[in-house]
Design a protein. Structure first.
Length: 226
């Protein structure tokens, strides 16, 4: 299944980023490691649900990790990469508190298990509209996307201004593109005839694009002027 591939790629990506964090100590790598571990766990829950059927606990974990937390934690890495460390640190601390609150709500929110046999149900329709968890999904995904898109724009501006940092532009653009691919997968899976396997394909492709972006750090350079 595609979800298994997405989980394996995400896990391998997380290990690579964590090793980079061990070598450099840069907090951006720590935040990206958390975000990628969340993606890997979410895709793993999806694979289990597709194979054995979605129980309420598997659905709760999948929706919390994949639908709510993945993008925003990934965006914290971009924030550490481009913003002042104190600002990024405070934002991450606040996000940690929000994560705990949403995890508690995910464990308690009522779930309509009769809807877990449809893609739309698994992607959020099985919980009440307006719940704290669903509001968190909307707000955090919008915020995370804005940070990723803003990071891409800012890194491009710095490239033009400072005549350097092409690797950061490529990294942020591909991270943003990968996140959009995954978001498109959620939309495609909700359409008539869509399926969770469709989402898995988008997830695998999106994570692979993000991986390519990360590997560009320190490797992509602007050609020297003659």
């Amino acid at each position: 299944m595609a979800a298994i591939a997405a989980s394996v790629i995400s896990a391998a990506f997380a290990v690579v980023v964590f090793l980079r964090f061990r070598m450099s100590g840069r907090p951006a790598f720590a935040a990206w490691t958390v975000g990628l571990a969340i993606f890997a766990a979410a895709a793993g829950c999806q694979a289990v649900g597709e194979h054995f059927g979605f129980s309420a606990p598997i659905f709760r974990a999948f929706y919390l990790l994949g639908g709510v937390l993945g993008v925003i934690w990934l965006s914290m890495g971009t924030l550490f990469l481009l913003a002042p460390r104190r600002l990024a640190g405070r934002a991450t601390a606040i996000l940690g508190i929000v994560t705990v609150v949403l995890a508690v709500d995910a464990a308690l929110v009522p779930v309509d298990t009769s809807r877990l046999d449809t893609a739309a149900g698994v992607l959020g329709d099985a919980i009440a509209h307006g719940s704290l968890l669903q509001l968190g999904a909307v707000i955090l995904n919008i915020l995370g996307t804005l940070i990723l898109v803003g990071g891409s724009a800012w890194s491009a501006y710095r490239l033009i201004r400072d005549h350097g940092g092409l690797d950061r532009v490529v990294c942020n653009v591909l991270l943003t593109a990968g996140a959009f691919v995954i978001a498109a997968g959620f939309s495609a899976a909700k359409l008539a005839g869509g399926s969770l396997d469709t989402l898995g394909v988008y997830e695998a492709v999106g994570i692979a694009v993000m991986f390519a972006g990360f590997l560009s750090l320190g490797r992509v350079r602007r050609p020297a002027a003659r």
